[in-house]
Design a protein around this ligand. Sequence first.
Ligand SMILES: NC(=O)c1ccc[n+]([C@@H]2O[C@H](COP(=O)([O-])OP(=O)(O)OC[C@H]3O[C@@H](n4cnc5c(N)ncnc54)[C@H](OP(=O)(O)O)[C@@H]3O)[C@@H](O)[C@H]2O)c1
Length: 348
Amino acid sequence: MNSSDLTIAIVGATGAVGRIALDLLAERDHPVEKIVAMASSRSAGKKLPYKGKELVVVEATPDAFTGADVAFISASSEVSKRLAPEAVSRGALVIDDGSAFRMEDSVPLVVPEVNGADVEWHSGIISIPNCTTTPLVMVLDALRSVAPITAVTVATYQSVTGTGAAADVELLTQSRSVLDSEDVVIEQYPYQIAFNVIPQVDNFLASGYTVEEDKMLNESRKILHEPTLRLAATCVRVPVQVSHSESVTVEFLNRVSVQEAKQAMSDADGLLLVDDPQNNVYPMPLKAAGDDEVHVGRIRDDIAHDNGLSLWLSCDNLRKGAALNALQILDEVLRRDCLKPSKKTAAI
Ligand SMILES: NC(=O)c1ccc[n+]([C@@H]2O[C@H](COP(=O)([O-])OP(=O)(O)OC[C@H]3O[C@@H](n4cnc5c(N)ncnc54)[C@H](OP(=O)(O)O)[C@@H]3O)[C@@H](O)[C@H]2O)c1
């Protein structure tokens, strides 16, 4: 089967990720036969623009998946847990954007540039990683081709669309309120996000790390097939609309030069070297927004550690961090001819 014969269901089509998925399908001129836009009952009947026409949103119910070959689910863990098995039992491959299945042994967690072959052992569901994990593992995968990695320290600067469309509205509304000296309404985060940074993404665990930081560790290990990778993350929400940035320090078993690291970035699929600090050229969220590539720059020796390098990256969290990665997983599945579950097992 090729993609021109496919019926694709998009659950969460009215949300931040779902809308970008529709844009990407149109932009990339994906020759799908039919798209079924789904959301909650609140949105049933709403019209969404698609290639100069309109898609009418239907409520995501189990029977709505009848006839779908692929279901992209970008809603919430609760929705994924409830609807993914229904879609699979009706013959669809589920590509899930949320965290519901990511760490399950029977579910591949895939960034095609890093572990595309893992799609071959799916049993109906493939997960995409958290939007902070995806760009990080792409950079780590390129760097480990130069020398083995012994430890990673990362601090994130995460945009509000990582939380969803409502958080984007909240940032803009709060910003207007502050500028107009009006009271600020706080709903999405524990504190005001406009003109602030919040060193908390998701809830805290007993370890002192947050769930988001824990996800970065566990998901990176699974995707890279490095179950003992040492990685410490600090995840921070910043008042940026689109694109997550990360400050990353990587320690290696042996010395890696800046030039070797730059070459590895240039050679890797999906990475764009943006690194000319003398001319103020480095990755920024505003520049990365709307781009498919992960922008990487400010690559330099880490003077606090032996065999260390530091770098900075920015990545559009709605594209490569979510919808684009999901579409690329479908491309990988079709290329490897494994739309239907196989008997293969995980290679880890
Ligand atoms: N945002 C990112 O950067 C990013 C990156 C990677 C992964 N993800 C994951 O992608 C998912 C969606 O994120 P988002 O940012 O797009 O969120 P969002 O903007 O809040 O959108 C949520 C979507 O889910 C739909 N929905 C809510 N309840 C539903 C239900 N009962 N049945 C069917 N659909 C329902 C909403 O439909 P209504 O409009 O009808 O309410 C809306 O379309 C989350 O799991 C998130 O973890 C997000």
